[in-house]
Design a protein. Structure first.
Length: 299
């Protein structure tokens, strides 16, 4: 074997050794992955994300995927001759839009099941309606009725535990039911956060279209690798967090305060971002830690 090939092989071995303590630390632990953004639209990125989650499963993690599908829903709403409408960042969802949303999300759900099973892992796609997983009530946007948009009031994780116990990879789309058994669309970030809390996940990872949390949003060199909840609250109070990151960071803190050990905000546009964040010493996004958690990255 040539020296160059030997070096290449040695580099691969070093990567595997670097991953070993993380595999040991999180073996048989539940990790919830909120899958959305560009990684759902770009076919190559989609396959890479599914490869990452499948690898996590095969090395002993217990992953659960919670996915959105907003861009796809908007596309089909427009194809139906309607105009997508948003109020306070939430999709205004009348009965026709709700019907389209549920059809689209179920289509996306089964396409992800197919991708996982192509890689040799058995997956089951469910919605929040199955097994009473996500029970909701009507959500309002600053007091305005925006239709069939749900606020999660209770999570019944039994179906997820049953699937994990039988060695399936659950893939959840964010549709829930209210007390009258009416269907509601749920924000996928909210669904992922609520599910992570309910199953006491060791990790919750958000795949987004941003690199992570910045100390100064105008300075790309100010990416924060690790944050505690008090530090995150300080950033918000100082006005350094805005736009779509604010509700996401609030969801992260809510998850930490309700038993999730670590939350990761990752740039889903980066190939294999999940593996880079979870299995390498440096990581690539922002990790938010619970108070009892020790420093995540090794020096």
């Amino acid at each position: 074997m040539e020296e160059k090939e030997i070096q290449k092989s040695m580099s691969k071995a070093e990567v595997l050794i670097e991953a070993l303590p993380y595999i040991q630390r999180f073996n048989r632990k539940i990790i919830v992955v909120k899958y959305g953004g560009s990684a759902m639209v770009d076919e190559e990125l989609k396959h890479q994300v599914i490869q990452d989650v499948t690898l996590l499963k095969l090395v002993g993690f217990k992953p659960i995927i919670v996915h959105g599908g907003g861009k796809e829903i908007s596309k089909w709403v427009e194809k139906s001759g309607m105009e997508p409408e948003f109020v306070g960042g939430l999709r205004k969802t009348d009965a026709d839009t709700m019907e389209i949303a549920e059809m689209v999300l179920n289509k996306v759900n089964k396409s992800l099941v197919q991708l996982v099973q192509e890689l040799g892992v058995l997956a089951v796609g469910i919605s929040g309606k199955d097994g009473g997983l996500l029970q909701v009530e009507k959500k309002y946007s600053n007091g305005e009725d925006i239709g069939f948009v749900g606020e999660i009031k209770e999570v019944n994780p039994k179906i997820l535990y049953d699937l994990l116990e039988k060695d399936f990879l659950p893939i959840v789309c964010p549709i829930g039911m209210d007390d009258q058994f009416l269907s509601y669309n749920i924000n996928a970030d909210d669904a992922a956060c609520a599910i992570a809390r309910a199953v006491q996940a060791e990790k919750l990872a958000f795949l987004t279209d941003v690199e992570g949390v910045y100390k100064d949003p105008g300075d790309k060199d100010s990416l924060i690798s690790e944050l505690t909840v008090p530090e995150a609250k300080k950033l918000i109070s100082e006005g350094n967090i805005g736009g779509g990151m604010l509700p996401k960071l609030n969801n992260c803190m809510d998850a930490i305060e309700n038993g999730v050990s670590r939350v990761h905000i990752l740039d889903g546009r980066i190939a294999h971002c999940l593996l880079l964040e979870i299995f390498t010493n440096k990581g690539i996004g922002t990790a938010i830690l619970g108070e009892k958690e020790t420093k995540y990255y090794h020096e």
